[in-house]
Design a protein around this ligand. Structure first.
Ligand code: ZN
Length: 314
């Protein structure tokens, strides 16, 4: 049996790897996934099915199910270049979303130059048909989540290589309890306020140190702070989650965040017992994977839908 002492470097390595997820490099030569030999096997993890769909399901747009247990019909791609945004890590093919999310991102991107943030670098959104992913993210499944880097858009159009290999800015210090004073600025506050002020945005997921800094530094209008929710990681990017769109009756809403600023309670909870410090998890078997039967029945239709223009096999 391995002693604690022997496994600790491995634990540390695994912990570092999972925390560095937002910093995963992309590639210019994405590997083609091998075909599944038994795609109809009900025990196949749903991520293996959704992770192999390079195109959206050509259906009316609908967000289906829960943010962390669902799928997306009629997904739309955010163009990889906009006037004030650029999409990163194109090799991941995760710049898909419900059209409402695309509108929200375009709206926010158009506003940020006014506060001195030149534009958005957009990270992972959703797979073309949503669903669980082969790597990273428990949520991002129904086209209503998007990660945005805490790095301002550079003044040039990034090359394919830069989009795969550029690293995002880490705003949080090494002990996870404060923002880095040399990086944190009123512009970050204005950026997060611009995002939270969008009426369709229900919550913004950020690191503990970021919410703590906002609660300390925001002096005038604090009405938007309740939308800022603490989650592990989120030190290189923040995560925008929008409400269920009106066209998606099968979308399962999250509990709305508190209407107050929720500083004392939310920050206080994470401060107690140093909860904000990520704890290394001992390596162990992966938990049970979601299968198609764990997702709403409509997700079966979404994952098997032929791609647009595909000849019908009859
Ligand atoms: Zn995210």
């Amino acid at each position: 049996m391995l002693s604690r002492l022997h496994i600790s470097p491995l634990i540390l390595l695994l912990a570092t790897t999972s925390l560095a997820r937002a910093q995963d490099l992309g590639t210019l030569t994405p590997r083609q996934l091998p075909q599944l030999t038994k795609p109809d096997d009900p025990s196949i993890p749903a991520k293996q099915l959704f992770g192999r769909k390079p195109e959206p399901a050509p259906m009316a747009a609908r967000a289906i199910g829960k943010y962390s247990r669902g799928c997306l019909a009629g997904g739309m791609a955010l163009p990889v270049n906009g006037p004030t945004w650029q999409v990163m890590r194109l090799s991941r093919n995760r710049n898909w979303a419900h059209p409402e999310m695309i509108k929200v991102l375009e709206r926010i991107a158009a506003r940020v130059p006014k506060i001195g943030w030149p534009g958005l670098l957009v990270g992972d959104m959703t797979q073309p048909r949503g669903g669980p992913m082969l790597t990273g993210h428990a949520s991002h499944q129904i086209g209503l989540d998007a990660d945005v880097w805490l790095t301002p858009m550079p003044d040039h159009e990034l090359t394919r290589m830069e989009r795969e290999e550029k690293m995002a800015t880490n705003v949080v210090n090494d002990t996870w309890d404060e923002v880095r004073p040399e990086i944190w600025s009123p512009t970050y506050i204005a950026l997060l306020k611009t995002v939270a002020d969008d009426p369709q945005v229900e919550r913004v997921l950020v690191n503990y140190a970021i919410k703590k800094a906002l609660c300390r530094d925001v002096k005038s209008d604090r009405s938007w702070l309740g939308k800022m929710r603490i989650v592990f990681g989120h030190n290189y990017h923040f995560h925008i989650r929008i409400k269920c769109p009106a066209d998606s009756p099968e979308c399962h809403p999250d509990t709305p965040p508190p209407s107050n600023e929720d500083c004392a309670e939310n920050v206080g909870f994470w401060t107690a017992h140093d909860r904000f410090r990520p704890k290394p998890h001992p390596p162990g078997p992966e938990g049970r994977q979601l299968t198609l039967s764990d997702l709403p029945p409509a997700c079966h239709e979404v994952v098997i839908a032929p791609r647009a223009g595909a000849a019908k096999l009859e």
